[in-house]
Write a protein that binds this ligand. Structure first.
Ligand SMILES: NC(=O)c1ccc[n+]([C@@H]2O[C@H](COP(=O)([O-])OP(=O)(O)OC[C@H]3O[C@@H](n4cnc5c(N)ncnc54)[C@H](O)[C@@H]3O)[C@@H](O)[C@H]2O)c1
Length: 284
């Protein structure tokens, strides 16, 4: 495998901070980029808190937690990724914003560097085109919480080289210890193509008073053995992220299936984005 010593991560929210953490725990140096100094500090705090939880649960030695934190650097300028050997983008799920980020990454990083995206739904072909080097762009979709969830869904775009795909696969598998699956490059890939219609149906049932939120979630949790029900899961993912993914799917495939329920739009408009803001369908 190509020598990867320093990884760049764009965004340090729910997912970016988790990706920063697992890369640092694997012994590599990480530079993450955020919008401003306060967001850099918030990202670092998220990583620190998660490392402390891992130490408290006995999953990580105290010294290892400190050492991982010492390998992490937060910056506000994508230009600082000039030294990165691999970049993983995990910024807000907004097609226009991600397009602009990939254009910058294409210009600021070395031409041989692979640019991966943690996008949940945006076709890799789009991001590849924006970067100016589509052969080096690949979808690398982690799951929340990143240190715990073992799957990485990989998506090559139509122009992605097999060498790029293989590097992403061996990095996920051999460096981070994840299991990978390969998806075709259509909006939503495998997981969100199946997940979003399910979440939307659950929200519609709740919206029309078919059952309480607790009963909908208990039915799926206990009846199907899922770790949590759909409304709790939507709160965990972030309602703004659920809506953004749904909008990408609606744009790609149309139809009622991907029409966002009014209740979801209302909660997002009210700033109730789920656990990350203190509440969504449930008060956190
Ligand atoms: N939430 C989930 O469960 C989940 C799971 C898998 C993948 N994803 C994907 O991961 C990505 C991030 O989602 P999230 O849940 O972490 O969202 P989030 O809102 O928690 O974090 C997004 C972060 O990106 C930062 N950001 C936005 N524009 C930026 C820019 N130009 N440069 C640097 N930072 C920027 C924001 O300040 C924010 O901190 C999205 O593409 C999402 O679809 C989310």
């Amino acid at each position: 495998m190509q020598d990867i010593r320093r990884v760049g991560v764009v965004g340090s929210g729910l997912m970016g901070s988790g990706i920063v953490e697992v890369v640092a725990r694997a012994g590599l140096a990480v530079t993450f980029v955020e919008g401003d100094d306060a967001l850099v500090a918030a990202g670092r705090d998220r990583v620190r808190a998660s490392l402390e939880r891992a130490v408290a649960r006995g999953k990580l030695g105290a010294g290892d937690g400190d050492a991982a934190l010492g390998r992490i650097e937060g910056v506000t300028d994508v230009g600082a990724l000039a030294e990165a050997d691999l970049v993983i983008e995990a910024a807000t799920e907004d097609p226009a914003a991600k397009g602009a980020i990939f254009a910058r990454l294409g210009a600021e990083t070395r031409p041989e560097v692979i640019l991966a995206s943690n996008t949940s739904s945006i076709p890799i072909a789009t991001l590849g085109a924006a970067s100016g080097r589509p052969s080096h762009v690949v979808g690398m979709h982690f799951f929340n919480p990143v240190p715990v969830m073992t799957l990485v869904e990989l998506t090559p775009g139509p122009a992605t080289s097999e060498a790029t795909y293989e590097l992403a696969r061996s990095f996920a598998r051999d460096v981070l210890g994840k299991t990978t699956v390969r998806s075709s490059d259509e909006a939503g890939f495998i997981v969100n193509r199946l997940l979003i219609p399910y979440l939307y149906d659950a929200i519609r049932l709740y919206e029309r008073g078919f059952a309480t939120r607790e009963d909908i979630d208990a039915a799926i949790h206990l009846g199907l053995g899922h770790p949590m029900g759909p409304l709790a899961l939507a709160d965990l993912i972030g309602l703004d992220t659920v809506l953004s993914i749904g909008e990408v799917l609606r744009g790609a495939f149309g139809g009622e299936r991907y029409e966002a329920p009014a209740m979801l739009r209302d909660l997002v408009a009210a700033g109730r984005l789920g656990r990350k803001t203190g509440g969504g369908f449930y008060d956190a």
